[in-house]
Design a protein around this ligand. Structure first.
Ligand code: CA
Ligand code: CA
Length: 221
């Protein structure tokens, strides 16, 4: 994570811990029961918000998993290179995954599903429209799998779309802002909260101070 905790951030964190949690009403996690499926011509629905293994979109990459009934878990990234760009070099058996261009939201690279091989996000090479994920997590475009065929992220005739949870969007509102910092601090303070664990920004599988700091920094931009 890029953070160096600034003086402002420290002050804001202290303020939130002392005053913010009791005084401010934060948004409940809205979730998305419908905006989670892509469609694969051979594998059916692919769920990016599965209960026990969701996907996360970071500025420079994806992490986590998607789930398809017919082919099982799809892993979106192996061992990446942290903050370097691209995050995943896709040059070895361990360093692979789906990269994202932060300016355009365009994806590239590879995901992996254990039983049936690679899912290719370099779909422009295959005359497909590349998948993009915008700053709200909304996706469109196509990825390609030898076995699953084209995987379509947004359709209009029979409407569906994948909205991937944003890193830091703790309350799953589609934006990262002050409300997320408050909800992360509620978790730290062991207060009742409704958070999406896949908003994890530092891959430690929990929501805590790093998510609060990240949300504060995003709110201050
Ligand atoms: Ca939010
Ligand atoms: Ca975390």
């Amino acid at each position: 994570m890029k953070t160096m905790i600034t003086r402002f951030t420290k002050f804001a964190l202290i303020w939130l811990l002392v005053f913010g949690v009791p005084l401010l009403h934060s948004a409940m996690a809205e979730g998305s029961d419908t905006e989670k499926y892509a469609w694969s011509e051979n594998a059916g629905w692919v769920n990016f918000r599965q209960d026990h293994g969701g996907a996360t979109v970071h500025e420079t990459h994806l992490s986590g998993y998607a789930w398809a009934e017919n082919i099982g878990w799809i892993k979106l990234g192996g061992t990446g290179s942290g903050e370097s760009t691209p995050c995943y070099a896709n040059d070895s058996a361990t360093n692979w995954g789906v990269n994202r261009v932060s300016d355009t939201g365009e994806l590239s690279g590879y995901a992996w599903r254990g039983t049936a091989g690679w899912i290719n996000f370099n779909s422009a090479d295959l005359q497909g429209k590349k998948v993009t994920v915008d700053s709200d997590g909304n996706s469109e475009g196509y990825a390609w799998s030898e076995n699953a065929g084209w995987i379509h992220f947004k359709n209009t005739d029979i409407p569906y779309i994948v909205r991937i949870i944003l890193a830091g969007d703790v309350n799953d509102s589609g934006k990262v802002d002050l409300g997320d910092a408050i909800d992360a601090l509620k978790v730290v303070a062991d207060l009742p909260s409704d958070v999406n664990v896949y908003a994890d920004v530092n891959d430690d599988d929990r929501i805590s101070i790093p998510e609060a700091v990240y949300a504060l920094e995003e709110a201050g931009k």
